[in-house]
Design a protein around this ligand. Structure first.
Ligand code: GCU
Length: 723
């Protein structure tokens, strides 16, 4: 069929309008939640035009210029024409963007209480009356607050919220809102499922990929203000002059977005790049070497954030190699960075091959006795749970037990144990569960969020880290919904009390569409996705059943790895009698690391929440659960429920078809098919394997596996990504 040029043009326009109608992203998801298309609704459009007709934008600085650019771009695209900006105040201005120091005395005193609440990064967006005229005001104490305020206003506009009588006073509750990249210098990304590293070390510092700016914009738009560029399994080379120049180039791009760079410091760097024969933290030459290195770093990157350190963990070098402690190591580095206001973030993810203690107990045992001994520019970074980023873990017992040490929460945004970038799993649901958990360390309402934001123990410094899921894939994160995990992480780092539903809704509106039917339906997919993955991978408190090394797919049978705690059999302990890890006083007694109010609940299978049952208890196959089902049947039915969960997600996604582009629809549809296939694979493999112990039939309602156990055991994935 031949179509005329006019017809082709018409099709093009129709396609364009369809995309405009939503917040549709261009270029296959590249725009993330920052795509702007013209607002079609005439009422909303005219309200926004009224407010933004004439904008007074005060002052210049690198960060303020970024804010101005963002405002012009955002409003220009949302309203279909660039706004008129003024450097000096005029009576015509309908909107003012100005720091506190440049506002008139009356305005400042009227807003004094608000200014006190927002600190150096918060902002105020308020409808104020000046000379009987209503003005939309964005103000802040500092430049960065203005940038965050601008992004917030644009987000409100993208979500079609009314600005009439607006009154927002907002500030981050956590100071350090970090991404941790596990990026290697050869551009592979450990546990990365979205391509290679963004950092093109070979072409830096001269070539600054424009994508670095887009990365910074995306982060600033959700309040992320720190990025660790390199893998925790560190390479000392990044601390050499040649690499530091490249790091400086990235820092320069990120600076106008309020983002500081950090690096991972390999503890043995003084040997590897310094020519010393020791890295002993008490050795004079070693101390001197780090001091000089810090001076060098700050010479090229004056606002360098500091070091993230993985030491004496999974084979990484550390102070214990010299008979010294974590405190010796961390404080030595902290002393080197102190003159420049740098900080050390020391990870608590440690477990030793020499220590036969339950792995879940080891970090607590090693770190809690050091409370109060770290210098005040040291923070200790703790993973959300005591093992390793499982689909579900109880919160880490260290939260709340180190009142004199700032603890940074480490979440994993990349889905190492949750289906890589092929599965749709909305992680803010998991993050929320951890943040809301009660520690009982200072009575009731002592939640993990309060430990992290410093409010429970009056901490001067607070932080949250997310292991990034970002790579050079066109859409940054592989799965388009994994963008929602990056977004959601940022939002919860800003405010750990936000609900995951709120975050899901915001992200959907900003990324796809404001249509409420679309939002309600797809939000449901996101909200149920986390429980689905728990059920089809590790229900009822099971954990670490993933296959060796790459952690892709089930491997509950693996028992031949050199370190006991690397084997799934260590965690499930299935035998003829039953299944589960006894962590009560009759077993490893890991429950004793929690406050007695919690331990007493976890200690008894009758009171232990069912989602943690086999995390804390080894129970017989015929143990009766609250619903009357025996344990074996309950496990099998949970696996089946997980599969049903994905089927439900697919059913709901069908409803999305009419609201988004064909490509957007198909992309997720195809990925959900992979997820369904793999959910069944998990169910079949785990149930066939556990059945060799339980010796029982699958209960009615559970679909029969289509292959036998040997088949599932024979599957190998030598090229699984992220290894
Ligand atoms: C997990 C992960 C490793 C990572 C480690 C860490 O074990 O599999 O790739 O290095 O966590 O957090 O240090």
């Amino acid at each position: 069929m031949n179509i005329s040029a006019a017809q082709a043009k018409l099709f093009y326009i129709i396609g364009f309008l369809l995309v405009l109608n939503s917040n549709a992203q261009s270029l296959g998801g590249y725009d993330l939640w920052l795509g702007y298309s013209k607002i079609e609704d005439p009422a909303i459009l005219s309200e926004y035009q009224k407010h933004t007709k004439s904008i007074f934008f005060d002052n210049h600085s690198p960060v303020l210029d970024t804010a101005r650019k963002e405002l012009m771009r955002g409003i220009g695209r949302l309203l279909g024409q660039p706004p008129i900006m003024h450097d000096s105040l005029s009576l015509l201005n309908t909107m003012w963007v100005s720091k506190k120091m440049n506002l008139g005395k009356d305005m400042v005193s009227a807003l004094e209480a608000d200014f006190e609440r927002i600190g150096s990064e918060g902002f105020i967006i308020k409808s104020v009356t000046v000379n009987n005229k209503s003005i939309l005001l964005i103000t802040a104490n500092e430049d960065l607050g203005i940038l965050y305020g601008v992004f917030n206003l644009l987000q409100l506009m993208k979500m079609h919220k009314s600005l009439e009588g607006i009154n927002i006073v907002d500030a981050p509750k956590i100071q350090l809102r970090m991404l941790n990249h596990w990026d290697n210098l050869d551009r592979t990304v450990e546990r990365g499922y979205a391509g290679f590293s963004l950092w093109n070390w070979q072409k830096l510092p001269e070539y600054k990929d424009p994508r670095y700016v887009d990365y910074a914009r995306a982060n600033a738009s959700i309040g992320i203000n720190a990025t660790v560029l390199t893998n925790v399994n560190a390479n000392a080379l990044v601390l050499t002059s040649a690499y530091l120049e490249k790091v400086a180039a990235l820092a320069e791009v990120f600076r106008p977005y309020g983002i500081k760079v950090y690096l991972t410091a390999r503890f043995s760097a003084p040997i590897e790049i310094g020519g010393l024969n020791t890295a002993d933290p008490l050795n004079k030459d070693v101390i001197e070497w780090w001091k000089e290195r810090a001076e060098l770093i700050y010479k090229v990157i004056p606002d360098f954030g500091g070091f993230l350190v993985k030491a004496n963990s999974e084979g990484q070098p550390g102070p214990q190699n010299y008979g010294r402690s974590h405190v010796d190591g961390a404080n030595m580095l902290a002393n080197a960075l102190r003159p420049f206001n740098g900080i050390v973030i020391w990870r608590a993810f440690v477990y030793s091959e020499e220590d036969a203690t339950d792995r879940a107990k080891q970090a607590f045992k090693e770190f809690v006795p050091y409370d109060g001994k770290f210098l005040d520019n040291v923070l200790v970074q703790v993973k959300n749970g005591p093992i390793d980023f499982q689909p579900r873990e109880p919160f880490h017992p260290m939260f709340g037990t180190m009142p004199n040490t700032p603890l940074v929460m480490e979440f994993q945004i990349t889905q190492e144990y949750l289906g890589f970038s092929s599965h749709l799993v909305f992680l803010p649901k998991l993050f929320e569960e951890v943040l809301d958990a009660e520690t009982y360390r200072k009575g009731k309402n002592a939640t993990v969020a309060k430990v992290i934001d410093g409010s429970l123990f009056n901490k001067k410094i607070s932080g949250m880290a997310g292991v990034a899921n970002i790579g050079n894939d066109l859409n940054w994160t592989g799965h388009p919904f994994a963008q929602g995990n990056w977004y959601g992480y940022g939002r919860l780092a800003w405010n750990p009390y936000l609900s995951s539903e709120t975050v899901a809704e915001e992200w959907l509106r900003l990324t796809y569409s404001n249509n409420s039917e679309f939002v309600e339906a797809v939000k449901k997919i996101m909200i149920i996705s986390r429980e689905a993955v728990v059920n089809y991978m590790t229900p009822l408190g099971l954990h670490h059943l993933m296959d060796t090394g790459h952690h892709y797919g089930p491997g509950p049978w693996v028992s031949d790895l050199s370190r006991p705690e690397w084997n799934p059999t260590y965690y499930h302990k299935a035998d003829k009698e039953g299944i589960g890890f006894d962590r009560t006083p009759s077993g490893s007694n890991a429950t004793s690391q929690y406050a007695s109010e919690i331990a007493k609940i976890f200690n008894y299978p009758e009171t232990c929440p069912e989602e943690y049952l086999l995390w804390f208890h080894h129970l017989p196959w015929d143990y009766k659960l609250k619903n009357g089902a025996i344990l074996w049947d309950a496990i099998a039915l949970k696996y089946q429920e997980g599969v049903y969960g994905v089927e439900e997600m697919i059913r709901i996604w069908e409803q999305a078809r009419t609201y988004i582009s064909v490509d957007q629809f198909n992309e997720v549809r195809m990925l959900l098919e992979i997820q369904l296939k793999e959910a069944k694979w998990w169910r079949n493999a785990c149930l066939l394997y556990f059945q060799t112990f339980s010796g029982r039939e699958l209960p009615p309602g559970v679909e029969l596996p289509d292959e036998n156990l040997e088949f599932y055991q024979s599957l190998k994935f030598p090229y699984a990504p992220g290894n």
